[in-house]
Write a protein that binds this ligand. Structure first.
Ligand SMILES: *Cc1c(COP(=O)(O)O)cnc(C)c1O
Ligand code: SF4
Length: 458
């Protein structure tokens, strides 16, 4: 506990005499009453309501008052990150929904159209559901877990299936609008522990959500503390995926059980686990908040690591200097840059997507500006069905212009780091837009992947 003696020294200097802010959340039905929106054109607020009836919207007072620069709206990246924009729906979808709102249509009619429109937005990308579900010895599916890559099990505790605010581009949007019968949340510590115990190849547990940091510390401790027993010696690393360092850094500083959370990290580390907070950041602006910096400092004091990852997004961060500055700031704060993702093929992807070639240019331009300590970040990477595929670059081989690609993670570990090539296509934004180069008919992994999806083909 030695490092934690000064846990409390900071609270006063961050708040002055004021009491720390309380968490206050706003959703679609609050859009009309939000004071801060009164400065925007009425039409803009109407557009927000239309979009928010299809895609999830949730933001909190801290984000509104401390992160968004309202003088920079609509271009402010944090505003784009959290507030619905007209372009997030297709023109046709927008007009249909707008007509219902203009006519003051009843709720169930709006709901019905919303469901229809959502179905067109690829709510279940990358075959997440069926293919990754672990089973117990009896072959029954274990809820709330995914096991896609040998060494890492994902766990979705049911109390962590929301976030302190929602990102407008989130690939998990379908679960937040509550229409997915999601067999993805679990309340069962027993099932998690049983599965981990039976799988000695698993070195990493990744607790994810939503955002597991919306959970009370005691809940999280119930899942994690048992892992200190000898039965789980093979589970060396506990990762926690979170955006709380942006949306509610108070979770680690002022919340009633903030100190308990840090003590939990401290205990796990002391007992020999590697604890890694997988922090989601999209812009260096998120790292400027004094509460965020204090939260980072406190987490690092426990011996836990913080690694940073996030997608590349039009309207938010499609600019090399934004990434370079973000990675430099992360290194300065002791946060390790980890992944740059390609925006996934779901939800409002048409608003946010960046062609793969441009994504690679941005990555490369940014990498060139930073020291080797920030070049730990890999990408741009697509989390697709067969695995995480990195765009290594555009090049010319034997007179053909191609994309050079490789798996950073593969459904079959043997695929990892095997170079492969796709025909150059300046418009491609996702793996399924790419065709094999050099006149080949299939990528090297495709046949095996098809068999995995449908074992009867074997
Ligand atoms: C990204 C990811 C992981 C972790 O992969 P690392 O490369 O080890 O960070 C695990 N499971 C799934 C399903 C993932 O998408
Ligand atoms: S914090 Fe993560 S899970 Fe939550 S809305 Fe944002 S991207 Fe999605």
């Amino acid at each position: 506990m030695s490092q934690l003696d000064h846990l409390n020294r900071t609270s006063a200097s961050l708040t002055g005499d004021k009491t720390p802010p309380r968490f206050k959340v706003f959703m679609a039905r609050h859009l009309d009453g939000l004071d801060v929106l009164k400065r925007l054109p009425e039409e803009t607020v109407f557009e927000m309501k239309v979009v928010a009836s299809v895609l999830p919207f949730r933001v909190n007072e801290y984000v509104i008052n401390h992160l968004i620069d309202w003088d920079a709206v609509p271009n402010d990246p944090i505003y784009q990150l959290t507030f619905p924009q007209r372009g997030m729906l297709s023109e046709e979808a927008f007009e249909r929904m707008a007509a219902l709102h203009r006519a003051d249509a009843p709720r169930d009619e709006i709901q019905r159209l919303a469901q229809e429109l959502r179905a067109d937005l690829n709510p279940h990308p990358a075959g997440q559901m069926e293919l990754n579900m672990p089973r117990d010895e009896d072959g029954d599916v274990l809820d709330g877990m995914q096991h896609k890559y040998n060494e890492t099990v994902l766990f979705f505790p049911s109390q962590g299936q929301t976030c302190h605010a929602f990102c407008t581009f989130c690939f998990r949007w379908a679960q937040f609008v509550g229409q997915q019968e999601l067999r993805m949340a679990s309340t069962e510590a027993g099932a998690l522990h049983g599965y981990l115990e039976s799988r000695k190849e698993v070195s990493d547990l990744l607790v994810t959500g939503g955002d597991p940091m919306v959970m009370k510390t005691a809940k999280l401790a119930g899942y994690l503390e048992p892992l200190l027993s000898e039965r789980f010696e093979h589970v060396q690393t506990i990762r926690i995926g979170t955006k709380a360092l942006t949306y509610w850094p108070h979770r680690f500083v002022f919340d009633d059980d903030a100190d308990d959370m840090l003590r939990l990290f401290d205990t796990l580390v002391e007992e020999g686990k590697h604890v890694s907070v997988m922090a989601h950041f999209n812009h260096w602006r998120e790292l400027e908040s004094p509460v965020t910096r204090e939260a980072i400092r406190r987490i690092r004091d426990t011996g836990a690591q913080i690694r940073a990852q996030g997608p590349l997004l039009a309207h938010i961060n499609d600019d090399a200097s934004v990434w370079a500055r973000m990675w430099e700031t992360q290194v300065k704060l002791g946060v390790v840059p980890y992944y740059m993702f390609v925006e996934r093929d779901t939800g409002a992807r048409h608003y946010f997507e960046v062609p793969l070639e441009r994504a690679w240019h941005i990555y490369r331009d940014a990498i060139q500006q930073v020291s080797g300590l920030a070049r730990t970040v890999r990408g741009p990477s697509m989390s697709a069905g067969p695995g995480k595929v990195e765009v290594q670059g555009v090049t010319e081989i034997a007179g053909e212009k191609v994309f050079a690609l490789r798996f950073l993670q593969g459904r079959n570990a043997d695929w990892v780091h095997r170079p492969f090539y796709a025909k150059y296509d300046p418009k491609a934004t996702w793996l399924d837009h790419l065709k094999p180069a050099f006149g080949e008919s299939r990528f090297f992994f495709e046949e095996e992947y098809a068999t995995m999806q449908n074992p009867r083909l074997a």
